[in-house]
Design a protein around this ligand. Structure first.
Ligand SMILES: [Zn+2]
Length: 241
């Protein structure tokens, strides 16, 4: 009787062990949001001393016209960049095909409130990465449009706006149409931009219409989300020339 109990306990231990091993060796389920479009791919295109650049390709309709988004030119504006990265790849039924160029500055990012918000060296590092790695790929990448995503600390007349750095351009026409169709996005051209010469200006001059989207850096996340969705859908319904 005593021995029988021992065998029973042994069997129980073996069963518990077997179940534990089965649970541990189950495939790991990734709970992070993953792109709904399974044909999208991510490629690292630069590994520089001041940062990296990757591109997420083929979001949306891979058989359609191509549009490029760029995030990360100014590293401090990353809350707005993350908003695009969260929302765009998760959307289904997009009309166009999107690539997102993601610049990740790792050197001298700076931070708000230390007086460096406007001239931290990280801004120039991002601009240099944009010019060196992103500009040539978009210029030669068969894109109909490029959109450079930024945010601002509220020093402009408008907080959420689009604009082209090049007057009387197709990109300006596109940006005005976007603003016309979006309740919360204005068309407003600031007097100057620091990043224009490193990406949007040369793109416009070399056949790829390119405009800016500016969001207010300190807008609540819910507003950032809804503004970004307005932008994404307006661009997706833009009649491309
Ligand atoms: Zn910026």
């Amino acid at each position: 009787m005593f021995k029988k109990d021992h065998i029973l306990i042994l069997i129980l231990i073996i069963i518990i062990l077997a179940i534990s091993i089965a649970i541990i060796s189950m495939p790991h389920v990734d709970n992070t949001v993953s792109p709904k479009n399974t044909s999208s791919t991510t490629e690292i295109i630069a590994n520089d001393t001041v940062g990296t650049v990757k591109v997420i390709r083929n979001i949306g309709n891979p058989n359609s016209k191509k549009i490029a988004y760029v995030v990360g030119v100014h590293p401090l504006e990353n809350e707005t960049h993350k908003t695009l990265l969260k929302l765009l790849p998760a959307l289904t039924d997009l009309n166009y095909c999107y690539d997102i160029y993601v610049i990740n500055v790792t050197k001298d990012i700076g931070h708000y409130g230390d007086g460096y918000s406007d001239n931290s060296p990280g801004r120039q590092n991002g601009q240099n990465l944009a010019y060196k790695y992103v500009y040539p790929q978009i210029a030669d990448g068969d894109y109909e449009l490029a959109v450079d995503i930024h945010s601002n600390v509220g020093a402009y007349e408008y907080k959420t706006f689009v604009f082209s750095p090049v007057k009387e351009s197709l990109s300006g026409e596109y940006a005005k149409k976007i603003a016309d169709g979006c309740e919360n996005i204005s068309y407003y051209v600031p007097e100057s931009t620091t990043s224009g010469p490193f990406l949007t200006v040369p793109l416009n001059e070399n056949g790829v219409p390119a405009f800016y989207f500016e969001e207010y850096s300190f807008a609540p996340q819910g507003e950032k989300d809804s503004h970004m969705l307005e932008l994404i859908h307006a661009i997706d319904n833009l009649e491309l020339k």
